[in-house]
Design a protein around this ligand. Structure first.
Ligand code: NOJ
Length: 563
């Protein structure tokens, strides 16, 4: 069978329609994972070459962040063409071969879909610039006339979530300053007009395009942002200040009820396939609003970032676990668990910041994903890693799917000190001096302790790796039984074998700093968030996040037991 057909048939991944409910998904940020052609940028052949690594790690699926043609104004979330591969990353043929090779070893693949905005190099946006005000080409985006006699003021004061105005003025085809277009994110990311049926049709085509190529599911970027009532913003006195967007419900540009009409259409496309394609919504909305995104007639699953935003704290973790499991019951979906991704400071670093340090650069809970990471000089890396391993072991035992981010299995720390000249993130460029942006978690992985890019590729990497990356190299950790990599491997293998019904029963722990619960199959989890050791309950130790000391569970340590 040709490789593409193997990919499309999902031959070795089976036909269970609910495969995703408790899966372990590994996020690959393709430009920073593995560089097969040695140009300093990770690529699809690099991913394929590292499939043995993914198999040994024990992942059920990979989620590939955008790999589409892009000027990289926002790390690939500025898409030029939704149905192609960036030539620097590979070809469609490479994509098909990668999918076939993943499926051949039983690993499924999710890809990122970016429906809120395209890039300003997308063919439709170029047509919009060449068209006239009011033309059908402009109606695919959100264009408005400016204020003031000569239209030189933006239509309103809305701000971009990346800083600065949310409006950018264009030059009309005849050379004069013209209309303005709306962009929730960078100016290179014009927002689509989701009131336009053409936009709907085009995304349905894209979903089929990739589903036909064997993709098992989609991670939907800014899933809550698509539908907008621009006029209501003016009428209701709303702003797009991140605090308001994230914290005030009923915003006319954010998390509107009519966005679910879009996902009902998408669901019909997903269900054309066997097994149905799955989707997970990126939704920065309160849990009770997340239910409809995760409903079976909608996208089917939603990212729950509550744990990622929490401190290393037993009370917070307990509250979040309970509310997340309630959410799972209400939505009918399994919940998701995330501690790190490409938008936030790595959790091994986050947990090493002094208590009370600003983790956001803005100081509001709602915009935690714009982390600045605090002052790198203040990070206690050893404590951060110890807590990260403890939190991870707890997370991996929870009912639902766990999403892990490339490099966390190495215990990798955030790269806090990058020269300004190499920073790529628009958050840095739009807020210089205030936000450092998200490049620190996107530095290419160290595969080897030596070499010009620590085995990432032949020659250099698109973001510089610090010398200390050598201490985290895959090949060194591979042979060290105490390494974080082998800790993850052990935990993932056990998780795979132990996984049963999506239930959890709390046990009395005897301490407010200790969480103790039991899953089916006698699988017990004890997490000590405090610093003092506590007695270890009876049972066979399966894996511990730090070395155990006789019959006690040391501080900041988790353990899995079997009774
Ligand atoms: C969420 C993505 O995860 C982030 O990386 C991106 O900058 C924004 N959406 C805009 O697409």
């Amino acid at each position: 069978m040709p490789e593409a057909e193997v990919a499309a048939s999902g031959a070795t991944t089976g036909s269970d329609p609910l495969w995703w409910r408790q899966s372990l998904v590994y996020q690959i940020y393709p430009r920073s994972f593995a560089d097969a052609n040695g140009d300093g940028i990770g690529d699809l052949r690099g991913v394929t070459s590292r499939i043995p690594y993914l198999t040994q790690l024990g992942v059920d699926a990979v989620w590939l962040s955008p790999f589409y043609p892009s000027a990289l104004a926002d790390g690939g979330y500025d898409v030029d063409d939704y149905r192609d591969v960036d030539p620097r990353i590979g070809t469609l043929r490479d994509f098909e071969q990668m999918v076939a090779a993943l499926h051949a070893v039983g690993i499924r693949i999710l890809i990122d879909i970016v429906p809120n905005h395209s890039s300003d190099r997308h063919a439709w946006f170029r047509e919009a610039l060449a068209g006239a005000p009011g033309s059908p080409a402009r109606a695919r985006y959100i264009f408005r006339d400016g204020r003031g006699a000569d239209g030189s003021l933006p239509p309103d004061d809305l701000t971009s979530l990346f800083g600065g105005s949310a409006w950018e003025r264009i030059t009309e085809p005849h050379g004069t300053p013209g209309q303005w277009y709306f962009h929730f994110f960078a100016k290179e990311q014009p927002d689509f007009n989701w009131d336009n049926p053409e936009v709907h049709e085009d995304f349905l085509r894209t979903l089929r395009f990739w589903s036909d190529r064997g993709v098992d599911g989609f991670r939907v970027d800014v899933a809550h942002g698509l539908k907008k009532d621009m006029d209501a913003v003016e009428r209701g006195g709303w702003t797009t200040d991140p605090e308001e967007v994230f914290a005030r419900e009923g915003h006319p540009l954010w998390d509107r009820d009519d966005v679910h009409d879009v996902y009902a259409e998408w669901r019909r496309v997903f269900d054309e396939y066997d097994p149905p394609r799955m989707a997970v919504a990126e939704t920065w909305v309160p849990l009770h609003r997340m239910t409809r995104y995760a409903a079976p007639e909608g996208l089917g699953q939603a990212f729950n970032f509550d744990l990622l935003k929490a401190d290393f704290d037993a009370v917070q973790f307990r509250r979040i676990i309970d509310s997340s499991l309630d959410f799972a019951t209400a939505s009918g979906a399994s919940t998701t668990w995330v501690l790190s991704n490409h938008d936030v400071v790595r959790h091994a670093t986050r947990y090493g910041l002094p208590k009370g340090a600003s983790r956001t650069g803005r100081g509001t809970d709602g915009v935690d994903w714009l982390f600045s990471g605090g002052d790198p000089a203040e990070v206690d890396a050893a404590a951060g890693l110890r807590r990260a391993r403890a939190a991870t072991l707890l997370m991996l035992a929870l009912p639902g799917s766990a999403y892990i981010y490339q490099g966390e299995e190495l215990g990798l720390q955030e790269v806090g000190q990058l020269p300004d000249a190499v920073r790529q993130d628009p958050i840095f460029h739009r807020n210089a001096g205030v936000e450092v942006g998200r490049d620190g978690c996107r530095v290419p992985l160290p595969w080897e302790p030596e070499g010009p890019s620590f085995g990432f590729g032949a020659d250099g990497s698109h973001l510089p790796q610090p010398a200390w990356f050598r201490d985290y190299a895959v090949s060194t950790q591979d042979t060290d039984p105490a390494s974080t990599l082998n800790f993850y491997r052990r935990a993932l293998a056990l998780r795979h074998d132990l996984q049963g019904a999506e239930t959890l029963a709390w046990r009395a722990s005897g301490s407010p700093d200790v969480l103790h619960f039991e899953r089916p199959n006698g699988w017990q989890v004890v997490a000590n968030f405090g610093t003092a050791p506590v007695p270890l309950p009876p049972g066979d130790v399966l894996v511990a996040s730090s070395p155990l000391d006789g019959g006690v569970l040391p501080g900041e340590t988790s353990v899995w037991l079997r009774s």
